[in-house]
Design a protein around this ligand. Structure first.
Ligand code: PAF
Length: 280
């Protein structure tokens, strides 16, 4: 097996990248890697000649009140895992490397950023789009792997790729779940053991909502029914929304896929999840 390379600066990464023959598949991450990230790496590995993972906790996508400093940083474990899974190279820049003093140009995320997370995390998707554009410029991938758990993020990046005519294909990687149905997330580590058992209620709520809609309940009624149920179980629901899976707008007779997206807090831990079903 080839040795995995680890780069901490843009200049050294570029030097390596310029010497590469063949395509690069890329999975951007903020570290604290779990099976969901490994599935992204696997796709990148299988879709291209070389696989690159970035580990960068991006400050511009966190609000001042968010958990940027508390975000779990587990670099040694992450590197061990990536090496074991056969990653070609890891890019681990510092904040100063990505945002040197004076850097001020930003991407304003497109219409996919409106509503849902966009309402609860103003500016978040601008930060995500900005860092992804920078990473894509540095890594020069032909393929990028994004986890479907963050469906709206994935749509924002797809839209940016399209709007900016980038020669990049985005692959949507299915959400990895625990046996209970709980979607894997770095934030799950903040759940107490009891809350973790309860946390799969969000996934079941999404499933129930979808079933209600498929059985003919109007989407807004289904949303209210599930929201009430979750709240009765102690959740604070930010949104629970039935949407067109491609546009994230309202479902119309032309919608090919229906997505149910939810964000809710359990004991102060905010979880997001979604499910998508192709219409029969
Ligand atoms: O999903 C994430 O981990 C981050 O938002 C991303 C895409 C790596 C950008 O910082």
């Amino acid at each position: 097996m080839l040795r995995m390379k680890v780069f901490y600066t843009i200049a050294t990464f570029r030097e390596w990248r310029e010497g590469l023959r063949g395509s690069v598949g890329f999975a951007p991450t903020m570290g604290n890697l779990h099976d969901g990230h490994m599935a992204c790496l696997e796709y990148a590995r299988l879709s291209a000649n070389h696989s690159v993972v970035s580990i960068f906790v991006n400050p511009t996508q966190f609000a001042p009140t968010d958990d940027f400093t508390k975000y779990p940083r587990t670099l040694d474990d992450d590197l061990r895992l990536l090496k074991k899974e056969g990653c070609s190279a890891v890019f681990v820049p510092s904040v100063e490397e990505m945002y040197p003093a004076g850097a001020s140009t930003k991407v304003i995320a497109g219409s996919m950023a409106n509503g849902l997370e966009g309402d609860f995390r103003p500016g978040h998707f601008d930060g995500v789009a900005t860092v992804c554009l920078k990473l894509f410029q540095i890594v020069e991938p032909s393929m990028v792997a994004f986890g479907s758990k963050d469906l709206q993020q994935m749509r924002v990046i797809e839209q940016m790729i399209d709007d900016f005519n980038m020669p990049i294909h985005l692959d949507a990687i299915p959400t990895c779940r625990e046996a209970s149905g709980l979607a894997l997330s770095s934030r799950n580590r903040y759940l107490t053991p009891d809350a973790k058992v309860q946390a799969s209620q969000l996934y079941r709520g999404l499933q129930d909502t979808l079933q209600l809609v498929l059985d003919g309940t109007p989407p807004d009624e289904a949303e209210v029914t599930t929201t009430k149920l979750l709240e009765e179980h102690g959740w604070t629901v930010d949104y629970l929304a039935v949407r067109d899976g491609a546009t994230l707008g309202q479902v119309t007779p032309a919608s090919i896929a229906i997505a149910v997206l939810g964000a809710a807090k359990l004991n102060g831990v905010r979880l997001i999840d979604n499910i998508t079903r192709i219409r029969g």
